[in-house]
Design a protein around this ligand. Sequence first.
Ligand code: ZN
Length: 313
Amino acid sequence: MDFVKALSTDNLTAIKAAPKTDVHSHAFLSTRRENTERWLGYPLTKPPLKMKGLEGMMEYVNAVLAPHLEHRQGFEFIAASAIDDAVQDGVVLLEMSFDIRLLKFYPDGLTELRSFIEMLVERYREKVDLRPELGFARECANDPKWMKSAHEAIELDIFQSMDLYSHQEACAPEAVQSLYAKARAAEMKLKAHVGEFGGAEEVRRTVKVLDLDEVQHGIGAAESTEVMQWLSGNQIRLNVCPTSNVMLDGVSELAAHPIRVLFDNGVPVTINTDDLMIFGQSVSEEYRNLYQAGVFSAEELNDIRHASLTVLS
Ligand SMILES: [Zn+2]
């Protein structure tokens, strides 16, 4: 069955069977909560349906998830289980970000973390194109230790892309400019979280300062026709996570998601999971939700899916 028919007849099995990408996924929270509960042997409190931005999300993570998972075994279970989830969902290209602070789980440092990541890439090679991404939290920009580790991580030649995230106020893009320049010189794809909660101009400014190829979220760009035209003209892609945006209250409800406005203004978009453990919707489910909420037609969603796959060629 083709993807358009699968969406219009609400055949989730067929939606999952179609090849898709997930290019906005954070390894530490990337498998379903249910898998984690099975592994732990006990249930975890569900997240609220609405949280107050990143602060609200971190409150939930720190109170409910971190106490059970904040160790090497927890992380390694989640990362492998997340790849299984992605494979079952029909994801054929997975750009998964590994936070530099994961090093705290590895006494032997980067070489030990690299071995684990290389093992994952190798283990799943037949099933999915796993492209490890180096993740850097904005609050680490002021910490020479993490900055040094991130520089060294780029030299490892295992990370294919670079991402920056957490509170936009924690550091200006200029603070990581040299790190990004190094990643560029290493031919890594450059991404950063910006515009998750508004701020069209900051989206454009961050793209310029860091020479970004793509933006994680970036939905605040929809506030400015001029910024959307600029993104469209420069073919800067936004890797959007609709359920994340709704649950963290950057968007009131799915039907009102600005991905529609961005798409109509020619901005390239993809559809992704962000943190499956919290937001609970696979890429296939995100496609289905957008269709059922009337945001896109089945044909438009199929076009978005096809466009996301062209990076493979
Ligand atoms: Zn994210």
